[in-house]
Write a protein that binds this ligand. Structure first.
Ligand SMILES: [Ca+2]
Ligand SMILES: [Ca+2]
Length: 69
């Protein structure tokens, strides 16, 4: 049976199937304007319509086992 899952964040930003510091790095690069390693659709990770250090913080939180923004 197919179970619908609510939208959740995927902090595996480089799509290497691991959540780690590289994903934080990829977010940092995206904030700096380089989304070449960013595999997710939208680099605005916390969905506040701004691409800034708060997105990096949000990724750090999720990589560390915290909740999605
Ligand atoms: Ca990753
Ligand atoms: Ca943001």
């Amino acid at each position: 049976m197919w179970i619908w899952h609510p939208p959740s964040c995927d902090a595996d930003l480089n799509c290497d199937f691991a959540l780690d510091g590289f994903d934080v790095e990829v977010q940092e690069k995206a904030v700096g304007g380089d989304t070449s390693d960013y595999c997710q659709a939208d680099p605005d990770f916390n969905g506040d319509f701004a691409l800034d250090g708060f997105d990096v913080e949000a990724v750090e939180l999720v990589v560390g086992g915290g909740p999605c923004p």
